[in-house]
Design a protein around this ligand. Sequence first.
Ligand code: ZN
Ligand code: ZN
Length: 352
Amino acid sequence: MSNNILADNLRVINEWGNDFFRLTFPSEIMERSSNINQLEESAKLISSTLFYGERKGKLDESPYNGSGINNSIESLTSESLWIYGELHHPAGFTPIKEKPFHISTGRTYKCSNCKGKGVVICRTCYGKGWKRDSEGRIRECAWCSGGTNECKTCRGYGMLEAIIIVDSQYKLAKHHIEDYSGDVPKPILERSSGDVIFDEVFEYPSDLQGMLVGGIDENDYQLLQNNVKALLHKKIDSKLENYEGDIALVHRLVDEFFQKIPNPATANKVLVDEIYPVRLRVKIENVPVYQINYIYKAKSYSLWIYGKEKKIYSPKSPSEFTWKLGVFLGTIIILIGLLVISGLVGGIAHFL
Ligand SMILES: [Zn+2]
Ligand SMILES: [Zn+2]
């Protein structure tokens, strides 16, 4: 036993080791180990999240009834998927998929399925409108009226209009970095949580849609992002004055993040795929990590307790024949025995 280790940590290790399915791990390990000592490590999880909207447009066609067009797309320079439909600009950071809608293009043309006639020839009577029954009598065709059917493509109008089907959703782009130099692998550490010491949300202008028309100008967009970035750097310096971690790393993450997030100035294709940023969040968590060293049966081991969840990382554990393994093997032997016996009984019953 040792005195510098937190009683809570001893309890957590014993509970973890006592788990029945950790079959070869000795029970009550901390009671039976010597030279137990605890080292406190510091870990910071720094994460940034971008909440952004994305609309994708797919060309399609719909029946045109000739009543006049309600929208016409002349030139891409005055277009954007985001100037149509309803705009929600949702709160928070929850990804949302919205109902698809369509945009009229004003481009109409003859239906190619019926060549503009609005009707197609019946395939059952080949356009005659009648058929002979089994006794040779003439019967009206049950599948059409007068040898033709309404064209399904244009619903009988003979004309179609090109439309754009728009899929709309709000998504997240995440990026994180860890300020930690200990042994717990970073992908594992990332899944734990700690005390939040910095959490800031930045809203992009809600009238950003205007900027999207004709495609975002790269310079305008850069200017907007630089402003947000500068605000963020300032906030970090003022709010984290007494930060005991590597503040340069926090600033670096912010810069890296802005390079990695989807960039509408280069990625957007007007009326095909258009994104716009909604809000941005930077969060820093202080994650507790303890390295516990102990000696069990003359061999030394280390394990780590990390996160508020008190998870355990034990890359090398003592392994021996335990009562748990005994019970486990005993149960399997009994089960096999029962199967053999029931097989024998079944066999005898069959003979009798
Ligand atoms: Zn017919
Ligand atoms: Zn048609």
